[in-house]
Design a protein around this ligand. Structure first.
Ligand SMILES: [Ca+2]
Ligand SMILES: [Ca+2]
Length: 397
């Protein structure tokens, strides 16, 4: 059945909450405030050597009597978050003799770790996607030798995992070519259901709207990156048949348009392609398509298996507990695909890219419990330019 072409009034999803609660971010409190001592540093104290205002935080380590390996320094609580929330911390540091510092983020251990170095005041820009619900911290420490460094002007942003609500039944379109059946929300362009009609499994709940794509841009000052979530995109036109859909979006805040085409195939696969037309004054640095969110291709989530592309394909049993992965291909990953399966099969997601652009692959736990899978291309789309996103293929197997 061919659904009629519909021209929609712009319909925006709820705006995500960016929170910035981070006490003493500018280090101007008179005392140490919320900056905790961790391990056995020599000093964690305020200093008048400041990047902004009149104070910074001075951290001195001696690499002696340290706990948990070589680490010691200062830490700051970030707060309570859910699986799938994205924490973005930026700050400035200055380390004596340009010695590296190590930054960790996580709940009770470094779930991600960065080694930073620079001369004079240097900007740092770190992002962690929470793999589990819990209370998160940031630790700032030495690498493996005594050091002295100064910290100032922190900024903390939280991109909560989107809650997009339910697509009204009258606004759903169903796409299928083989056993993979996708449901789309014709109001928002959100994906709203993934099923395998061969096994009768529901991989992602039908009706529950999930994001389809995301963008990343350079900030206005060119020093950092800003994520534009799917919730900022408005669907302006949709044309859906059973085997194919074209969705036209605009992102008013950055004057950019995006066209996503989905084609369904008899083998149970789907092809996602996109066209991004950058009408903003900033450079677009990444385009994420598709986002295959909230999938659980298993009756028992503990029976999930994740095949991810480290080395020759690593098999991760119980990936909800193990935390999944984020990686870059080519890079640490040697293959541009991943596979999440349960008792009877599952979802395979691959990039088909002749240009071999850098591809970020993500498969990480989400509430439910379930998994969020996505592919993102690292690109440079300058103001006024148009870019064609190579094909990405999810398949129900
Ligand atoms: Ca300051
Ligand atoms: Ca020490």
């Amino acid at each position: 059945m061919r659904l009629p072409l519909a021209v929609l009034a712009p319909f925006a999803l709820a705006v995500p909450s960016w929170s910035a609660d981070f006490a003493d971010a500018d280090m101007e409190l008179p005392d140490r405030g919320p900056w905790a001592i961790y391990g056995t540093p020599v000093a964690v104290e305020k200093s008048t050597f400041a990047r902004g205002g009149t104070q910074s935080l001075r951290v001195v380590t001696d690499n002696q009597d340290t706990m948990g390996g070589n680490y010691e320094g200062t830490s700051h609580n970030l707060g309570q978050f859910e699986a799938g929330d994205v924490l973005h911390v930026s700050f400035w540091f200055s380390a004596r003799e340009s010695k590296p510092i190590v930054v960790g983020m996580g709940r009770t251990s470094f779930e991600d770790r960065w080694v930073l170095s620079g001369t004079d005041w240097t900007a740092a820009d770190l992002t962690l996607r929470c793999a589990q619900a819990g209370n998160y911290n940031i630790w700032l420490s030495q690498e493996g030798s005594a050091t002295e460094f100064f910290l100032d002007d922190f900024r903390f942003e939280v991109l909560r995992r989107p809650q997009l609500g339910t697509a009204p039944e009258a606004e759903r379109a169903t796409l299928a070519g083989g056993p993979l059946r996708l449901t789309l929300c014709k109001q928002t362009g959100a994906l709203a259901g993934i099923e395998n009609t061969a096994t009768g499994e529901v991989y992602a709940p039908v009706g529950a709207r999930q994001p389809l794509f995301g963008l990343e841009l350079l900030t206005a000052d060119g020093r950092g990156y800003e994520t534009i979530p799917f919730t900022e995109a408005r669907l302006t036109k949709v044309d859906a048949t059973q085997g194919r859909a074209q969705l036209d979006f605009e992102v008013p805040s950055i004057a950019t348009t995006i066209v996503v085409t989905i084609a369904m195939h008899a083998d149970g696969s789907a092809s996602f392609t996109g066209t991004v037309r950058n009408g903003s004054q900033r450079t677009i640095t990444a385009f994420e398509l598709p986002m295959i969110y909230s999938v659980c291709p298993a009756a028992d989530p503990a029976k999930l298996t994740l095949v991810h592309p480290y080395v020759c394909g690593q098999i991760q049993p119980d990936p909800i507990k193990a935390g999944g992965f984020r990686t870059l291909y080519p890079g640490r990953a040697v293959m541009g695909w991943m596979d999440l399966s349960g008792e009877w099969g599952g979802v395979y997601l691959a990039t088909h890219d002749k240009e071999s652009l850098g591809t970020r692959l993500l498969a990480q736990p989400a509430p439910g419990p379930s998994f969020d899978l996505s592919l993102a291309k690292e690109i440079v789309v300058k103001p006024g330019e148009t870019w064609e996103c190579p094909e990405a293929v999810p398949r129900g197997a």
